[in-house]
Write a protein that binds this ligand. Structure first.
Ligand code: PBG
Length: 336
């Protein structure tokens, strides 16, 4: 067992052996890790072994996962990477802090899933068919702000109700009759095989998704050893450059607003195509108070940025315009 790796203090992946994928054990994390594991085996020819990383958050109550819990999990996965206990990790990009640690690198951002938010409502109801007085559960200030704003401007009498918990718990509120609907991300439901429970897709014109929603990040050590560098290079094959440029712009906007993953910020970069030819990219951003009374929503359209710096600049520029319109003053509050 004691091989030559030990004295270097950092276990490198065994040559041609299994790659170790660090994962949380939640249903969503296991599903997306399993899906990425298959893709990684396809491009590297190596088996992938899932290594469950448990944290205080996993062993205590689910609530913690909501109260800044994602940060706790990301940190635990990153620690395992840095210690050499695992070779790579898969994160939901929308839960990943915008600051990138020096010793780690996002080796791939695979093709994005559906970025939209959806509702799961009783009686297969569509969003606009929810009756007067309907109660919609969501713990996200971003979703609350936009749903309440839409309801105000369209004379819809609905109430957003703050809830917490995993997907099962949330959908359980609808099945149990406590709520008329809950809002979730299409991508998460699809990944755990529950996409058929969606009763309506919210147009991104109504609710802009969270920056990076629907996209994954495959993170590795930044290539200080030959094995690390080889893995980073191999995983690059799973990168989708257009998804990466879009999420880079969205996350740059989030960072420039100095907002965290629980802030009421929506952002989406989409590509305007002419047939198969991508023509331009449009970046939209929104910030609002959770009651939906005050919103700043802007967009910009231009050539698809050709570099990382270009995508970063696009996000920063839109954020600067939003800040000039008072965005900072709308981000102070939090959901109860
Ligand atoms: N905050 C929890 C979370 N983080 C990632 C997803 C799934 C969607 C995605 O990968 O963007 C979800 C669930 C949800 O918002 O419904």
């Amino acid at each position: 067992m004691n091989d030559t790796r030990e004295p270097r203090g950092r276990a490198a992946p065994a040559e041609a052996g299994a790659l170790r994928l660090g994962t949380r054990r939640s249903r969503l994390a296991m599903a997306q890790s399993g899906q990425v594991a298959e893709a990684v085996t396809r491009v590297t020819g190596r088996p992938v072994e899932l290594v469950e990383i448990t944290t205080y958050g996993d062993t205590s109550r689910e609530q913690l996962a909501q109260i800044g819990g994602t940060g706790v999990f990301v940190t635990a996965l990153r620690d395992a990477l840095l210690k050499g206990e695992v070779d790579f990790a898969v994160h939901s990009l929308k839960d990943l802090p915008t600051a990138q640690p020096d010793d780690l690198v996002v080796a791939a951002v695979p093709v994005r899933e559906d970025p939209r938010d959806v509702i799961v409502a009783r009686d297969a109801l569509k969003f606009t068919d929810l009756p007067s007085g309907a109660r919609i559960g969501t713990g996200s200030p971003r979703r609350m702000a936009q749903l309440n704003s839409y309801a105000r401007s369209h004379g819809l009498d609905i109430a957003t109700v703050p809830i917490r918990g995993n997907v099962d718990t949330r959908i359980g509120y609808v099945r149990g009759g406590e709520l008329d609907a809950v809002v979730l991300a299409a991508a998460g439901l699809n990944r755990i095989g529950r996409g058929d429970e969606v009763t309506d897709f919210l147009s991104v014109d109504t609710v802009l998704p969270a920056p990076g929603q629907g996209a994954l990040a495959i993170e590795c050590r930044a290539g200080h050893t030959a094995q690390d560098a080889a893995l980073v290079a191999a995983l690059a094959e799973l990168d989708d450059p257009l998804t990466r440029v879009a999420v880079t712009a969205e996350r740059s906007l989030l960072a420039a607003l100095e907002a965290g993953c629980s802030a009421p910020v929506g952002a989406l970069a989409d590509l305007l195509a002419d047939g198969q030819i991508v023509k331009e990219m449009r970046l939209r951003g929104v910030v609002g108070t959770t009651d939906g009374t005050r919103m700043v929503q802007l967009s910009t359209t231009g050539p698809v940025p050709e570099t990382h710096d270009g995508a970063m600049a696009l996000g920063r520029e839109l954020a600067a315009e939003m800040l000039a319109q008072g965005a900072a003053g709308l981000m102070g509050e939090r959901a109860h």
